[in-house]
Structure formats: C-alpha cells, structure tokens
Design a protein around this ligand. Structure first.
Ligand code: NOJ
Length: 759
C-alpha cells in the first residue's frame, strides 16, 4: 500500500513537472509570436529607440556625455527613441518616465528600468567578494533575492549584476564586486546570484532580470589599473575567464554587459569574436547585450573607431544590442542602415532580444506592475530582509589567525578597547556599490558590541582614514598627516583585557575607478597599530576592506585577525556575533592575500613553469624572487574556525575510469575541537600533463559540512569526464587521457592526496 501511494505521488509529481515544462514552452512561443508581430509594426527609428539606454536625471555612475541634457532626453523619450533608462529609482519616479513611454509614444512600449543593484538595494548585503568567502551558495542566492525584491518593489526591472569577472590582481578596485580568482567558485557563485535575482519567474513582482558582466576580460586589466588594456591568451580566456559567464547562461541570465577594456587589440564593445561568435553563436545565447557606460564612444579613444558613427557601426555589427549612454545608436544607426553599413536584420535581432525580456518581465501586459508604493513601503528594509543579510554577513567572515585563542571573547567581566577609524563608521561597511542605500545606515562595530552589555568598552578612533566626506563618484582622499588621536588610542589600550582594532579600507576605497598601487593598510593605520601594540599585545585585528591587503606585520605580530570585509547594513551585528562566539566563523578566502604587491598577480592555480624548484642549494636559476618568497601570505581557500577539523581516510572507488564513467572520492571529516562548526571541504585536481600546460591544481569541488564537537562525517565528491575537461590544443572542451592527482583539505594547500588515471 505504501508503495502504491509512493508511485501515485511520483506520477503526480512527474505530471506536474511535465505540465510546468509545457506551460513554460507555451509561454515562450506566445512571447515569440508577440515579439514578431510588434516588430512588424515598428519603424526603423522605433527599433533603434529600443536599442538606446539613457541615464536618469540625477545619480550618475559614469562621465556625462556632452549631449546629456535633460530636455533632449525628454524629447527622445516622447518620440519613442528610448528603450531603457538606468539610475531611475522609486515607484514615483519610475512611473513618471514609464508614463511618457507608454502614453506619449506611438506604440507605447514600456521602458526597462535598470540599476546597479550590486550587493543590495536599500538593505545592503556584504560586498560580493565577501559573499563568495562564505562559499554558501544558498545564502548567496537568498541575498541576491533580497536585493531583487527590494529593487523590484522600487520600480526597477533589471540589475547590472552579477559581475563574474575573474581577477588575480588585488590592485584592481573592482575585485570587491566579483567572486575572486577562481573560475570554478566564480561559476557557482555567478549561477547562484543569477538565480537569486531572477527567481523562478521573471514576471513575478519580486524578481529582476540579471546581467552577466563584463564580457570579457575586464578583471585582467594590466597592472590592476581600471579600464586598462587586456591581453590574454586563448587558454586563459577559455579556461579561466569564460566559465563563470557560461554558468550564468545555464542559470538563464537575461542580459550580458560588454566591457570597457580592449581584448587583444579589439575593444570588447566592438568585438565580434566575443559577442557574435562566442556568445551568440557558440553558446547560443538569446538574451541581449548592453554596452558598458559610454563604451561605444570610448572606442574612439581606444583608437579603434575614427568617429561616433564608425563606433556605432562597429558596435552594432559586433553584437552590442543596446547603447548605454553613448548617444550614438540613436544618432547614427538609421543612417548606417540606410547606407547599407549595418544590416537591418541585425537591428531586428537586437530589438527582438530586448522586447523578449520586456515581455518576460510582464512589462508589456502591465507597465506599472513594479510601481506600487504600498509594496515599496512594505518590502524595503523588512525584518525578513535584515535577517537574511545578517545571516549572509556572518557567513562571509574569515578567521585568519587565532593563535592565543583570544577569540571568542568572554561575554562579561572583561575590559575592551575598541580602536580604529572604522570602528564606529556607519558608512564604510555599506561598501562601494550601494547607490540606493541611505548613507550611514550600517550597524557599526561599536553599535554591534554595545548590544552586549556585559563588558566595559572604551572607544578611541585613533586616526582619520579620509580627509573629507567620500562619495561614489569622487576620488577618496586618504588622511596621511593627522596623528593627534594616536596618543588617546594608546591610552585607551593600556591595561585592557583585549584590544579590538578595526582597520582596513574605506568603503569608497575599493570599487570602480579605485585601483591601488600599494596594498598596505592605507594612511596612518599601520602606525596606529604598532603604537597600540607597544602597550598591549592582546589585539584582535578586524580587517574591514574590499580587497586582499598586504598585512605581513600584523600576520606576524597580532595574535588574532578576522577578515570582516564590507559586510553591509548588518555589519556590526554580524561581527559582534562572531567575536562573542555566537557564530563560529567558517569563511574561506576567495582570493589570495599576497605578501607583497610585487607578487601580484598571484593565484593558487598557477602554472608550474620549467623551473619550479631550486635545483641545488644557493643556485639562482629557478622561478623565484630574490627578495620575497613565492608563497602568499594567506592562500586561496584558507580560513580557520574556533574549532578544529581533521581530515582522514581518503579513498577512491576506483583508481581509473574511462569515457562517460565516473569515480567517487570519499574522506572523513571530524570536528576535533570544542565548538560546533562548519568547514568548507575542498577538492583540487591536478592534470599532470596536457596538450596545453595545466595549472598546479584546480578547485573541482567543495561542500560545507557542519559538525558538533566530536562528530564526524563521510564526505564524497564525484569525478567524471566533464570535471576534468578543459579547452585543449584542439580548441574545444574535452578530457584528455592521462594521470591526475586529487588533493583534499580545507584550503588550496590541501595535502591529503591520491590519484587516478583517465583512459
Ligand atoms: C560602469 C560599470 O563598469 C558598470 O559595471 C555599471 O553597471 C555601469 N557603469 C552603470 O552604472
């Protein structure tokens, strides 16, 4: 009888799934029909209008072009020459512009409203690099869901996120916006974030269309200088840069953004190989590609286009479907079609892609569906959202050192000095991309700690980090001269049981346009740290920053270090919970911390070179520095816990496999310490030789395992052909026969080892 019930349930479930699939297919056929018939009604000018995106009338996220005056924008809106706007926010404002598009243009096609909802809308989540440190895909997905829900409630339909650029260079300010250096982790995180933003139903009022950016290579800007040249070879492009983008397509990402950089001599925006061949042809992508801000006109500065008209032609022919803020499509595309320089079929293709997303969002049925002020009021900042971003924030924290077990702190009876320019800062924790958030709305570390009444806290700022109020668009000036607060901080530290020092980078010191040539603690913070250390060595350093820093002195001298990033609205509460042991830290670094900026770019999955090791004592002829070790300060995947984990019993179901077979790797993880905790177990694989040289190891699996003290668990990973495939000398993804090593452990230095052969 039980079996019968089970069978019936199965039939019903399969049936439901089947009906759902049928519904989806029918809906998309219907959308295709509608898109086609609308396209048939459109004049060339109206089509070009759909391909034009203007910035709103206030918040600017890039340099304003000369033509960018409001009167012109209104005129174009009224004549149906605008398909999308960015930086319009709030139901009231969105409704205003939408009303013009719907009621005053001939065909009444609604706008798609875009916004940089990068790590939260009003309720701010940790910066994406921090979220990646959690390796917790479910939490990451939910965090993107919070952002989507709030943005959609505020009239927004489309976020310019996730940024899935891989970067190995911490000088680049935008590392804060991605998932770090690894393509495998980057792909998983990118997938989760797209799913979080778009949900299961794009037409629901709590989801937005996502945008995979920046296609491609932007994270490899030379010397980490933003907007700089990118020159990378085929293998790096396919094996490192592309995988996260492909993963977003698997997650059904609705849009792509191209990039400011040139790639091997051709600007990404005018790059046919990237947009037409790889993305639209090889990967069969059906969404649309938006240019980056003004990147079509920037092809003139690149020296690739001779003037605006030429730039428009290059971009349209290369597959850029929408022009963000260059004003060039709207100015030249009609002439270019009339002159036969751009085929109208390409324009139709772009417009079809754009209209499809508008239909999927439900905008064509009800353009005002995202403009409900009551929902806006109710959803934004809700307790549910605060709880979710707090959970994300706690999971993002990485314990880098806890040598004398200073942490977790006693809840009562101790005296604490809280020192540093970021200790009471309510703004920096909001990070860089938080355009819609109100300034100073993060819970500071001081506030977070004050919620625990048992201990006495003495606060001293010590030094100022910046000289004047910082903002998203202006250069952030770091204070390097005012030492007047150092003495007060030193006094505060004297005789205390523990000194918590909150140092790092200002929220606006990482992000777009914020490259750094030094990775040291900015300003006078190192001086402050050393002055305090002289009177009290019991320091817990809370690093609040948006990128890996070179903190060698602290790593050597300070007993405890927590990487707390820029954690968003709930920052101080998350940090306090970790300091007091209510949450046991489990984050692992998604990006290598170098010892010296001279080691950058530095990453764990490097190539071995022909001279990897010292051939004989004192011999100089091997790949190394004469003044610095090759090793990083903290490697990729590294992070401690208040408890200890022991790995043992590594086994393989078989030590060889062929074709479509697979093998299983198993091992035991035991919590040998005295706190419950979560460990991010990691599997790395090394392909010993290939038709193209292979990295010394590559992340190929991870799983979060939570254990009580004394508890152990068997963990398993599957290895199959797909997992060991890469872009080979045959210029395709395939698995090459040969020998492989497997490493299991808690970081990219994992040492428990076995191996297999693929035939
Ligand atoms: C430029 C940035 O590169 C891009 O990521 C962002 O989405 C646009 N500006 C719009 O603000």
């Amino acid at each position: 009888m039980k079996n019968l019930v089970f069978l019936w349930l199965l039939v019903i479930l399969i049936g439901a799934d089947f009906t759902y699939a049928q519904d989806v297919a029918a809906k998309s056929d219907e959308i295709e029909r509608k898109v086609d018939s609308l396209l048939g009604l459109m004049t060339l000018a109206e089509k070009v209008g759909q391909m034009n995106q203007y910035n709103g009338f206030w918040d600017v996220t890039g340099p304003t072009p000369d033509e960018g005056d409001a009167a012109k924008k209104y005129e174009h809106l009224r004549s149906g020459m605008v398909g999308s706007m960015l930086n319009v926010q709030g139901t009231e404002e969105v409704r205003k512009v939408q009303k013009i598009a719907v009621e005053e243009t001939r065909l009444g096609i609604p706008l798609i409203i875009a916004f940089d909802v990068i790590h939260g809308y009003k309720t701010i989540s940790p910066i994406p690099l921090a979220e990646a440190a959690s390796w917790d895909l479910d939490a990451i997905r939910k965090s993107a869901g919070v952002a989507a829900e709030e943005a959609a409630a505020s009239g927004i339909n489309w976020t310019f996120a996730p940024m899935v650029d891989i970067s190995r260079d911490a000088r680049w300010g935008r590392v804060m916006e991605g998932a770090g250096e690894d393509p495998f982790l980057g792909a998983k995180v990118g997938y989760a974030r797209v799913k979080g933003f778009q949900g299961d139903d794009l037409s629901a009022v709590n989801t937005v269309a996502a945008c995979a950016k920046h296609f491609a290579g932007y994270g490899f800007s030379e010397a980490g200088r933003d907007y700089n040249t990118v020159d990378v070879g085929t293998s790096t492009l396919h094996n490192v840069i592309f995988p996260p983008f492909k993963a977003t397509i698997e997650a059904d990402v609705k849009t792509f953004m191209n990039a400011f950089n040139e790639l091997n001599g051709i600007p990404a925006t005018g790059n046919r190989f990237l947009q037409r061949e790889v993305l639209k042809q090889d990967w069969g992508y059906e969404g649309f590609v938006v240019s980056d801000w003004g990147s079509i006109s920037e092809m003139i500065s690149h020296g690739y286009a001779k003037d605006g008209k030429h730039a428009a032609m290059l971009a349209a022919n290369a597959g850029s479907d929408m022009d963000m803020e260059s004003y060039l499509y709207v100015k030249h595309l009609q002439d270019l079609v009339d002159e036969g320089k751009v085929d109208e079929a390409l324009i139709d293709d772009s417009v079809r892609r754009i209209l499809r997303v508008k239909y999927e969002l439900g905008l064509m049925d009800d353009p005002y569906r995202y403009c409900d002020p009551e929902r806006e009021e109710e959803v934004i900042g809700s307790q549910k959202n605060q709880d979710l971003v707090l959970d994300m924030a706690k999971k993002s924290i990485v314990l880098l050192k806890n040598e004398t077990d200073l942490l977790p702190l006693e809840k009562s009876g101790i005296k604490i000095a809280l020192i540093g320019p970021l200790a009471a800062d309510k703004d920096s924790p909001l990070g860089s991309w938080r355009l819609a958030a109100d300034a100073n709305t993060a819970v500071s570390v001081l506030e977070g700690l004050e919620a625990y009444k048992g201990n006495e806290i003495t606060y001293a700022k010590g030094v100022d980090l910046i000289t004047e109020e910082a903002s998203f668009i202006k250069e952030t000036k770091i204070n390097t001269s005012n030492r007047t607060g150092i003495e007060e901080a030193v006094e505060a530290a004297k005789g205390k049981d523990v000194v918590l020092m909150v140092l790092g980078g200002h929220g606006f010191q990482s992000g777009e346009g914020r490259s750094r040539a030094s990775l040291d603690l900015p300003g006078l913070q190192q001086e402050l740290l050393e002055a305090v250390y002289k009177v009290n060595k019991n320091i817990v350093l809370l690093l609040m920053n948006g990128r890996p820093l070179t903190i060698n002195w602290a790593a050597e001298n300070v007993p405890s270090i927590l990487e707390v990033w820029h954690l968003g609205t709930q920052s101080g509460n998350a940090i306090a919970e970790v300091l007091y042991g209510e949450h046991n830290p489990s984050g692992k670094l998604p990006m290598t911390f170098p010892r010296s900026v001279g080691q950058v770019p530095i990453y764990y999955n490097y190539k071995n070179t022909g001279r990897p090791t010292i051939p004989a004592p004192d011999l100089v002829f091997w790949s190394h520095y004469i003044d610095e070790s090759n090793d990083p300060l903290y490697e990729f995947g590294y992070g401690l816990s208040y408890t200890d984990f022991e790995y043992s019993d590594l086994k393989l179901s078989n030590n060889s496999f062929s074709g479509d077979e697979s093998i299983t790797v198993t091992f035991t993880l035991k919590n040998t310490g005295s706190y419950a905790g979560t460990e991010v177990t990691q599997m790395y694989i090394r392909d010993l030789f290939g038709s193209v040289t292979r990295p010394v190891r590559e992340l190929k699996g991870f799983e979060l395992v939570t254990l009580e003290p004394g508890e152990s668990k068997t963990v398993s990973f599957t290895v199959d052909k797909e997992l060991i495939s890469y872009y080979t000398a045959n210029e395709k993804w395939e698995a090459e026969p040969g020998d492989f090593k497997i490493f299991i452990g808690g970081s990219s230095n994992a040492s428990m080892e076995t191996g297999f052969t693929y035939n």
